[in-house]
Design a binder for this molecule. Sequence first.
Ligand code: SF4
Length: 383
Amino acid sequence: MIHSPEPPRLPPRSLHDLGFAGIEGELRAAGVSAHHAKALWRALYHDGELGLTIRADFLPPLKRWLASSVGEGKAFFLDTPEVADESHSDDGLTHKFLLRLSDGHSIETVLMGYDGRHTACVSTQVGCAMGCVFCATGQMGFVRHLRPGEIIAQVLHVRRVMRATQPDKRLRNLVLMGMGEPLHNYDAVMQALDTLSSVRGLNIGPSKISISTVGVIPGILRMAAEARPYRLAVSLHGATEAERAALVPLSSKWNLTELIAACRQYGALTGRRIFFEWTLIAGHNDSLETATRLAELLRGIDAHINLIPLNPTSGFAGTPSAAGHAFQRVLRAAGFPCTFRQRRGIDVAAGCGQLQASAQGRSTPPSSSAGHGDRSSGVLKLA
Ligand code: SF4
């Protein structure tokens, strides 16, 4: 008797990588009514369930599918990164987590609780390819993109912590300002955000989700073309080609002129305000002349400018408050809403550009740790 060879086994996939339609499709393919997808989706995202097979409220067909398909050695798994380390800032408002992924790489996620608003700051890549010179992540280089499930799992983790420690509070805001360049990992990021903003799931309003980019123009234009309803934050850091090129190597691919033109196009297509992030670096981009040039550069754009003094990283220092406020006055006088952010979370190295250092010093593989220079914790205060 001739046996036909077993079909090759597909590598296991994360249930969190599948959108709602994906879960429906998997159930249907297994002969289970897609009707059960709603219960599973609610358990995954509304409840943040980690032990799916033991839920008493699932109907038998779904229980059977979960028992046969999800878990060790089966077709699907859940993204549940291990907490390798965590720390609080002295003021208790910043809570940073070092999360270890299934392949051993580590990423950092931060929960911020300023002014009664709770915001998760998540990573989108292990490392970053953009190489901004003042950024700890940039100095580590790029390791790999995160999958949608690995992005989602960070938010689920933060929400679990909040439910345990502050059950009366809700996680309403999300910023993609941790490690990595979100628009360099566009498809995974958008799939994750579709899930995170689903009203049947975590239900974080799209207007409370901020995507920060250091200037990946194709991603900016794609967001506009696809009418993505999230906030766009563009990190500039320089008001002339030379000033920006000295800090942001990506300028050699897409220069400042092209970036501003793309922002104008984004604004015209979407009618949305753009948030411009400006990391104030002492002696590099914080003069009043630079502020005047910046105002000129952004003239005609519906812009809100966020000024963030750089947190200490090797070789660079943040602008002192007085000089930062003078910079802000120039921009306000030119008619731009402009916010000067306080540096926060410095004592737990959860501020801008500090994330990598702490990850590297612990159990992270040497090539994998990361940090976000221009848009990590505490840099935005979302309305
Ligand atoms: S500042 Fe942001 S884009 Fe630049 S290297 Fe750091 S993580 Fe990447």
